[in-house]
Design a protein around this ligand. Sequence first.
Ligand SMILES: Nc1nc2c(ncn2[C@@H]2O[C@H](COP(=O)(O)OP(=O)(O)OP(=O)(O)O)[C@@H](O)[C@H]2O)c(=O)[nH]1
Ligand SMILES: [Mg+2]
Ligand SMILES: [Zn+2]
Length: 343
Amino acid sequence: MITPMTLEQFGFTPWFQKQLDASVSEGWKPARITAVHKGWCDISDGDDTRPAKTTGKLRRAARETNDYLTVGDWVLASNFCEGDFAMIHSVLERQNTLKRKTAGKEVSHQLIAANIDTAFVVHTLDMGFNLPKLERYLSIVNESGIEPVVLLCKKDLLPAKELKARLAEVEARLPNVPVFAFSNTSGSGLKKVQKLFEPAKTYCLLGASGVGKTSLINSLLGEEDLYFTLPVRESDGKGIHTTTWRELIVLNNGALVIDTPGMRELGHLDTGAGIKDTFDELTALAVQCQFRDCAHTKTKGCAIEAAVEAGTIPKARYENFIRMRQETAANERSVREKGWKNK
Ligand SMILES: Nc1nc2c(ncn2[C@@H]2O[C@H](COP(=O)(O)OP(=O)(O)OP(=O)(O)O)[C@@H](O)[C@H]2O)c(=O)[nH]1
Ligand SMILES: [Mg+2]
Ligand SMILES: [Zn+2]
């Protein structure tokens, strides 16, 4: 790891610089949230990392919008060099946010990370391989307007022939997303993956528990700096080394990577636009449907169903598209109903 780093090397782009106008009080300095714990955060200016708390005013504002501080945020903090806790006074406007619906019946969201340049959706090529699941993570990324890249891990576990077939399947299904296969165990494909991480850029690793996200960070860090040792984990893919918090890690070349835990419950909130991007060839076809409000299910004159029947669109992909549309519609209904109750 290269320390100390300048703010710019730590991801402080002109977008944030512009926000530091006259309204900044004396003694307030920009810093980035590198980890969120219960009741406090770690913040760093690229040089010093310190624990920090937020002002009551900031906490109340966060409660109202449900936008609590998250890893990758840039904040203004005082007391940065002395005392126990630094004090966070404000959050600089975010360039983007990755968010997901929170567990439970209430329709609400949780910020996963902020200010991301590229989001890597990590998925496994072995038994846990599941295209609909991968598409769910992708739609979250697309929804936030962040560029997605798919990293398929554990390629060592597949015979060459099966690997080839599986990769072809993914490419057919996700024609517009860059896809890379690699293995942390054998090192195969790692060089190409490593090249995707550029200095001063911020990346997020997303994906189900046990797919190999933290292992990838360790592969990228190299033997000397192991971020988290991962002895044998149970073969069910879960174990004591499962990541339980989000953290920003600096790679040797100066790339900034946020590791996240696998998400148990991946719901959808407001992913209408995300679905559009994830399934863009289907939504493009929809303009040819006979009826404007076509549901694309057993509908007369449906162009999408015709394409599925003709075999130009894989049936499984179509089914996942319909399922996600229905979930989103249900969520939107529930948001509307909640809105009514609050009035
Ligand atoms: N065979 C094989 N196993 C791997 C590979 N990468 C990771 N593993 C194993 O898969 C298990 C899970 O890896 P992790 O890196 O902890 O997975 P994670 O995505 O960080 O999981 P969470 O933190 O729970 O979200 C561990 O036992 C790793 O040793 C790989 O390329 N090949
Ligand atoms: Mg992990
Ligand atoms: Zn239709």
